[in-house]
Design a binder for this molecule. Structure first.
Ligand SMILES: Cc1cc2nc3c(=O)[nH]c(=O)nc-3n(C[C@H](O)[C@H](O)[C@H](O)COP(=O)(O)OP(=O)(O)OC[C@H]3O[C@@H](n4cnc5c(N)ncnc54)[C@H](O)[C@@H]3O)c2cc1C
Length: 407
């Protein structure tokens, strides 16, 4: 028989075991969240303290962009959720600038499935925002200042091929008050900017109000997974558990064999009085409007690193670039670093474990969590509720041989 060791909030019973037989305890331990006290009175002097025994449909680990959208869409589908998240100050979702950019890389090519994923993401953040009473997404085009004459030529060549997302701003001189740029600028249109902190904080608040959040570090040693029926974690019983832990998931015993790779990124947070907040400005690094009237400046993409924190070398290099590029004064107020949950295939990991149907995963969003997470969280929920297929390029079933080998 299993007794809960209790969560810090709520109502239920925990009993001094020495005072009761197993038969008596069975009555009490089967109480679920919100049920009344058992009819059988406790004996005089018995120590009783209140705890929860919770039953839910889906237990979600992690409340970054993935866990947020997954819990959101599960709730929309009428499911009960419980989310466990420890507050990590700079998880990937909290360190990200929030850009959704339809064309990326040196060759300025369209990102995977962007025609479907970008409009979906815009609707998703708009919808969550309207429920939270916040504007969570706005159009914010990238102004791409050409760093060299060769880059200008490359952009103009791509402009003839990519007529939908690329354009040349008519007024080439309109930013000369703020920036040094000798080779002109191109524009990526439309780009979108997500307000990640209000999004994550707003949803967290909502989960708390609904009593659907446990703020603690998830501990695998306390998880009980049944192959067919349900899972139990401390005093929570759920039909299944879905991991949305970002890079912490790289050591998840159920999914650690997936081809993950960490990609570190650093950014400086700065005050830049007078700089317009209408665009994202890019010249190698990007300057992005961020929370509290500040700007996010970055980022690096490092696969090979020993120090996961902010480094002096990034700060020096970025400040040198800024001093050359920016004409107006700025003040650095913070320096952040995090790790993107990337993978060598550059495709997300979505779905239930091939051999353990009660354990699932939404992870591997790499550098594009803002756009990929809403789309694939929704697809995953459709799969769970209507058994519709997950895109085979994202479905974790594509690793069934590797994942099943460990069981
Ligand atoms: C510097 C930087 C800039 C970026 N910029 C962009 C951008 O502009 N656009 C874009 O689309 N993407 C960007 N990304 C990538 C994006 O941030 C990620 O793809 C996305 O945030 C991943 O979200 P996630 O929910 O999978 O993981 P995370 O954000 O890491 O969330 C995981 C959550 O799980 C919790 N957790 C983990 N383990 C446990 C545990 N054991 N117990 C309890 N809780 C746990 C953590 O506290 C965290 O809240 C950027 C990333 C970085 C680092």
């Amino acid at each position: 028989m299993r007794h809960s060791d209790g969560l810090s909030r709520g109502e239920g019973y925990e009993i001094d075991h020495s005072a009761f037989s197993d038969e008596d305890l069975r009555d009490v331990s089967s109480l679920s969240f919100g049920e009344a006290r058992p009819a059988k009175p406790f004996g005089r002097g018995t120590r009783v303290r209140y705890i929860y025994t919770m039953q839910t449909d889906h237990l979600i680990i992690g409340q970054g962009i993935c866990g947020t959208f997954l819990s959101y869409y599960l709730q929309k589908a009428g499911m009960k959720v419980m989310v466990i998240d420890e507050q990590q100050p700079f998880s990937a979702s909290k360190a990200a600038s929030g850009i959704i950019n339809p064309v990326t890389g040196r060759r300025i090519v369209r990102t995977w499935m962007i025609e479907e994923i970008m409009p979906f993401a815009v609707d998703a953040y708009t919808q969550v925002g309207s429920e939270l009473g916040e504007t969570l997404i706005s159009q914010c085009n990238v102004i791409d200042f050409h760093p060299t004459p060769q880059m200008k030529i490359s952009f103009e060549k791509r402009l003839n091929e990519e007529t939908f997302y690329l354009k040349k701003p008519a007024e080439q001189d309109q930013w000369t008050e703020f920036f040094n740029y000798d080779f002109g600028a191109g524009e990526i249109d439309p780009c979108w900017l997500v307000e990640l902190h209000p999004f994550l904080n707003g949803w967290r608040k909502k989960l708390k109000e609904l009593d659907e959040l446990v703020e603690e570090k998830f501990d695998f040693s306390t998880l009980d997974v049944s192959q067919t029926g349900s899972i139990t974690y401390k005093n929570i019983t759920a039909k299944n558990i879905i991991f949305c832990e970002g890079v912490s998931g790289f050591t998840n015993p159920y999914f650690e064999l997936l081809p993950y790779t960490k990609m570190k990124g650093e950014a400086l947070i700065a005050e830049i009085p007078g700089l317009p907040r209408t665009n994202i400005f890019k010249q190698g690094i990007s300057i992005v409007p961020w929370q509290d009237g500040l700007f996010w400046i970055g980022s690096s993409y490092e696969w090979d690193f020993t120090d996961p924190g902010p480094t002096a070398i990034f700060r020096e290099r970025t400040e040198a670039q800024l001093n050359h590029w920016l004409k107006i004064p700025y003040k650095i107020v913070d320096h952040i670093a995090s790790e993107r949950p990337a993978n060598i295939e550059r495709r997300p990991f979505v779905g239930m474990h091939p051999s353990i149907p009660t354990v699932g995963l939404l992870n591997g969003m790499g550098a594009k969590g803002c756009s990929l997470a809403p789309y694939f969280a929704h697809q995953f929920v459709e799969h769970l509720t209507h058994n519709t297929p997950i895109n085979p390029l994202a479905d974790v079933q594509r690793f069934s041989r590797i994942l099943s080998a460990k069981i």
